[in-house]
Design a protein around this ligand. Structure first.
Ligand code: PLP
Length: 415
């Protein structure tokens, strides 16, 4: 049995995603039958003869330029993105994947359009490095759809989408935006960390470069930093060249952990989805809750687009509480025992952060009407999570009735 050669041949394409997650990027009988590919630690690669060296005749030439270990993960990921994917580049973090992808498609004097709801460090990169290099950014309302045409200039080279948006979960009409961009000669980049290619395949919807923070669901265990960029055939040469020129690469042990995470990503995501929806619905009924921001809920404004373009939801969503004093929100958060407070998400464990994006969004106004909490629902038993939330709401109510302070919002300072 040689399940994988990942040559893009039709036979693998007919396999279901779960099967491809299990079989992708490995060839046991190339490694004495061991199920998992070996981890190659290497910088120098030796040539057997002077003639080989002079002619660069070698399958691998230098650690930074690729190893059997990096190729195994790249090939497994390429397999998930669909037939439009011509290549995948691995990066040391999600943010480095975003930065490298943006640098690959822009030149000095260009203009880029970036959703107002992007991951905040994406915005910081545009406002610092891109700006210094003479690339101008305009932020747009994530709900703009085909009207994004009105923001195009002759110099507009790229549109960056993130759907659903970071923290606030607005769904974007990616196919409509991509159609407008392509008609004007611009390329489309998507941060697809929330859905992963298991629930949304951007390259099939007109995106040219699809980015993931592999730190989240691919790794899945809160123990690895990783980024990935998947390119279509038009963009792959430019992306690959930029990656080589920038010198970014990932250590083999991190790649190995990511490959290990990938094997279970399908079952993990189904559980994140199921528990996430269950808890989102439970939260929506709570008297302390104003609204829940989860595109997989029928009542969500993004539901129609999510239904049309996505095949599932992951475990990350937000909740707006009714106005409450700061100490009551602190009492709620501090009494949770199964929800850790910390940045990042996508691991097996549940998390919560108090956020406020009102200070930095510029194309839209974030005015939620109460404290905003982002939850990541992990793989714990959802009934235990509900019980934990229930006791925390009791603390919130007790602290609200004893407090006389004015309602407060979080100060936002993500990494
Ligand atoms: C976490 C995150 C990133 C950045 O990934 P890192 O690996 O932490 O650099 C990018 N985009 C989104 C949507 C994220 O949530």
């Amino acid at each position: 049995m040689k399940p994988d050669q990942n040559d893009g041949s039709g036979s693998r394409r007919s396999l279901a995603l779960d099967t491809r997650l299990v079989t992708g990027g490995r060839d046991p009988f190339a490694h004495f039958g061991f199920v998992n590919p070996p981890v190659y630690h290497g910088s120098t690669v030796l040539y057997p003869t002077a003639a080989d060296m002079v002619a660069h005749r070698a399958r691998y030439v230098y650690g930074r330029r690729g190893t059997p270990t990096s190729e195994a993960l790249e090939s497994a990921l390429r397999d998930l993105e669909g037939p439009q994917c011509a290549g995948v580049a691995l990066m040391p973090s999600g943010l480095s994947a975003i930065a490298t992808a943006l640098l690959a498609v822009t030149n000095s004097g260009d203009h880029v359009l970036v959703s107002d709801s992007v991951y905040r460090p994406t915005r910081t990169f545009c406002d610092s490095v891109l700006k210094r290099f003479g690339v101008e950014t305009t932020y747009y309302d994530p709900l703009i759809g085909a009207d994004i045409a009105t923001l195009f200039r002759p110099s507009t080279r790229a549109v960056f989408v993130e759907s659903p948006g970071s923290q606030t979960f607005e769904m974007q009409d990616v196919p409509a935006i991509a159609a407008v961009a392509h008609a004007r000669g611009a390329v489309v980049l998507a941060d697809n960390t929330w859905a992963t290619p298991i629930y949304f395949r951007p390259l099939e919807k007109g995106v040219d470069l699809a980015i993931q923070a592999g730190t989240k669901y691919i790794a899945g265990h809160s123990d690895v930093m990783l980024g990935t960029v998947s390119a279509n055939a038009a963009l792959w040469p430019r992306l690959k060249e930029t990656v080589m020129q920038m010198g970014v690469c990932v250590g083999p042990d991190d790649i190995y952990l990511a490959l290990r995470g990938l094997r279970t990503m399908g079952v993990r995501l189904r559980r994140h989805q199921e528990s996430g929806l269950k808890i989102a619905r439970w939260l929506a009924e709570r008297p302390e809750v104003l609204r829940v921001l989860h595109p997989g809920l029928e009542t969500d404004p993004g539901y129609a687009i999510w239904r049309r373009d996505f095949s599932g939801a992951s475990g990350l969503f937000s909740v707006i509480l009714k106005p409450a004093p700061q100490e009551a929100v602190y009492a709620f958060l501090d009494s949770l025992t199964l929800f850790g407070m910390g940045f990042s998400w996508g691991g097996y464990e549940s998390l919560v952060v108090w956020f406020d994006c009102s200070s930095y969004r510029t194309a839209t106004r974030w005015n939620p009407g109460g404290p905003a909490l982002r939850f990541h629902i992990g793989l714990e038993d959802p009934d235990d999570l509900v019980a934990d939330l229930e006791q925390a709401f009791a603390k919130l109510r007790a602290a609200s009735s004893s407090a006389d302070g004015a309602p407060q919002n979080a100060t936002d300072a993500p990494p």
